[in-house]
Design a protein around this ligand. Sequence first.
Ligand code: GAR
Length: 224
Amino acid sequence: MAASHRRRVGVLISGRGSNMASLIEAAAHPTYPAEIVVVISNRPEAGGLARAAAAGIPTIVVDHTAHADREAFERELHAALVAHRAELVCLAGFMRLLTPWLIGNWEGRMLNIHPSLLPLFKGLHTHRRALEAGVRIHGCTVHYVVPEVDSGPIIAQAAVPVLPNDTEEALAARVLRQEHALYPLALSLVAQGRVRLADGRVRLEGAWDEGSALIAPRPAARER
Ligand code: GAR
């Protein structure tokens, strides 16, 4: 891959598109190793479509309700990605289950962001379930998409504390802030070729900081 080649990325959304917006914003930097070439929504009313258009990104609606079956829907989705010469696909709040056919076509080239520390809390209502489970640390995950939902090889994760008086909304907002940092980072690593799939696991290439531990609960400074 030539150093100057920015990987072409299609983003799939279903809703407000805040993660999509974080990818578009990151890709606006000329040194970012990927560019967003198309945003596709399965819902015509998705708020993210206007945000993408405002950023000058081509948008397409592939309305699943307007297709006879899942296969016809996915064939159009795939054709739109191919027509825009996408090399990678980022699911960003895309709320349709995909069949092994489409996923197979993008094997090792399709990423998803999920609002939990996988493999915990696959599926929906992750923040509510984290609160119910009483975990002290929650977060988000970017992973490769495989046919089994929310189960693909993990690329990157970000963790946040769960605070004693958290509501589902407060926790969701805290996680979402990290999603907006994590997805551009993970896509950048993939686009640079610093992430490799081997035997169903992700191998990271390069040097990495140890970072710091997240301990929760951590008493407020005045109570320490
Ligand atoms: C995000 O929190 C994302 O992690 C989640 O939907 C939200 C979409 O928000 N995705 C899933 O739950 C996928 N199973 P956004 O449209 O503002 O990016």
